[in-house]
Design a binder for this molecule. Sequence first.
Ligand code: GDP
Ligand code: IMO
Ligand code: MG
Length: 426
Amino acid sequence: MKVDVLLGLQWGDEGKGKLVDVLTPKYDIIARFQGGPNAGHTLEFDGIKHVLHTIPSGIFHSDTMNVVGNGVVIDPITFKKEIDALAKMGVDVRKNLFLSRRAHLILPTHRLLDAASEAEKGRNKIGSTLKGIGPTYMDKTGRNGLRIGDIFRDDFKDMYTKLVEKHQRLLGFHNYEYNLSELEPEWFESIELLRTLNVIDSEHFINEQMKSGKKILAEGAQGSLLDIDFGSYPFVTSSNTITAGACTGLGVAPNRIGEVVGIFKAYCTRVGSGPFPTELHDEVGEEIRKAGHEFGATTGRPRRCGWIDLPALRYAIMINGVTQLNMTKADVLGDFDSIKACTHYNYMGERIDYLPYSIDEGLVEPIYTEIKGWNTDLTGIRSTEEFPQELEDYVQFLERELRVPITVVSVGPDRTQTILRNKVTA
Ligand code: GDP
Ligand code: IMO
Ligand code: MG
């Protein structure tokens, strides 16, 4: 069996959590491969809404194994909170959650360094979630990081102290005030909990499971436009959010990747700073934010809203090798007489259909096609037969533009508000 990958094609929050939860019954294992508690993946079923940050979105299915891979960065405090919240809902993670020995740890000082770096950047700040993601990946690539495997070493405390002293020198350099002794007890308490969980060599585990015919889905975090290499740098996250990240973040060889499911919203959002060519600064953007409840699942910040950006989606499809598309939040555009899709950019006077090196304001200007809206409440529909013609036209227009079939259309946050389409090759 090959490993399928599900990931976001925009700037995150495309609805990955919901769709992973919907697809989980088809899989034996759900595995996260990058990112950390900067992610907020929302699942809704039986009237309950749940937000997961580090734990894979298959966790509510008791017979599915959930793996946090080596590419993920783990904050023990957030992790413990997630586990406690799950326990209240009757989910016993000791049975179906597995942690890679190679995953890196987020220290309290990583969070402080994230905040110090953002404060210093001032107006140019990345808009980080302040979860310590950037500094932790910096220590990973800088070969200073602490890993889950280290928590079992007798000298773990010494390793911790050594790294913290380095961080303190950096914080001094930033002139950043903090009180570490307030943060440490909870962190160490949470490390104790981590020691009791299933810690594994996840690369061996995943490959063995694959060999024995088990079905595995790799769950992306963030989105392709936040990828450290291909996103709108420097306004990106610090990991490879794309399909290739599933290979390095789980130990899966590239020729073992199967289907790549790319998720996108029927429009587009972004939270944090950075360019966003199709952003709407008017009442239309406000209307989308209200209808789509576009507020961050991790930070509560209002998400910036705009029309769908096809040059950006074509780029994301290319670098990920997307084999099928899933469109979410079609219901959010239910009140519009007409909607717009950006098909091309005017890039320094030239009409282009791809994503150029820079999409900074002033360099690219979106060129839109106007499309008739469906002006219908979609939240109650459950089959393609009930699609208003305008919605079917929009889906087919996107398939023509993107040359990849749209196999799922989501019309609400609940598990049941998910419509499968035939896989017709566009
Ligand atoms: P993720 O980070 O990709 O998992 O997405 P988030 O959970 O951060 O944000 C997506 C939000 O949209 C969540 O509040 C979901 O419950 C919600 N959602 C997902 N799909 C749909 C949909 O089709 N329609 C509506 N209205 N909401 C959706
Ligand atoms: P999910 O998995 C949306 C954004 C932040 C910021 C930038 C860098 O829920 O889709 P970081 O904390 O990673 O250093 O922040 O990336 N960002 C996200 N935006 N969804 C996410 O995750 C995000 N994770 C990070 O807002 O602009
Ligand atoms: Mg999210």
